[in-house]
Design a protein around this ligand. Sequence first.
Ligand SMILES: [Zn+2]
Length: 253
Amino acid sequence: MGLSVHMLPILGDNYTYILVSDNEVAVVDPGVAQPVWDYLQQHNLKLTSILCTHHHGDHIAGNAELKKKSGCKIYGALKDKNKIPDIDHTLEEGDVVTVGSAKAQVIATPGHTLGHISYYFAADKKLFCGDTVFAAGCGRLFEGSPQQMSDSFDKIAALPDDVEVYCGHEYTASNVRFARSVDRENADLIAFEKTVSEKRSNNEATIPTTIGLEKQVNPFMRCSDKLIREHLNMENATNAEVFGKIRGLKDSF
Ligand SMILES: [Zn+2]
């Protein structure tokens, strides 16, 4: 059976995801336990694992209580071994995690944090990338360098266009406002801005996005774009330099 995904908005602008395949259930980044537990109870689901993308509290604060209630196992990056309490299984790039018959490859996506990982369910065409790629944006560089985050974006951009991207936050509207300031004539971005504002005014999620859409609207995936480079006066810079410049502008936007 394929992987089904239920998105749960928590803590104002975080998303946690409940994944079900066959008789197994995983939750990605439970920043709080109660709403996840309530959902599991209401749907008669038995939690088997917690998949952590990184060690920040708004992604792991629900771990301990969910583990205590369900006996589930906690998966996270080897590099976060001492930062994610009660971790049972440590992961590195290339490792495979299963949820029932669904399989995820672990992709190292450092930048936001050094140990940040993403879970790519290739057959199901779904990526859970925490605070790496956001719709039309990117996570803040709390621990990593622009080069590291730019390399992480390159890995994600290399996935097929129809892969759905499930990120950790609903930041799309403000990301789009910023994107418009550096990528001014992008017709795809202008169209996306309209879609996003309609969805948000109806209180609808803008997630998942897709790899193909991000390549069209996300300035951090468009560091080689001629007009963006011209606008920034960075025609001859490397992609990582352009990436770093855009990230800096976003930080003070
Ligand atoms: Zn974070």
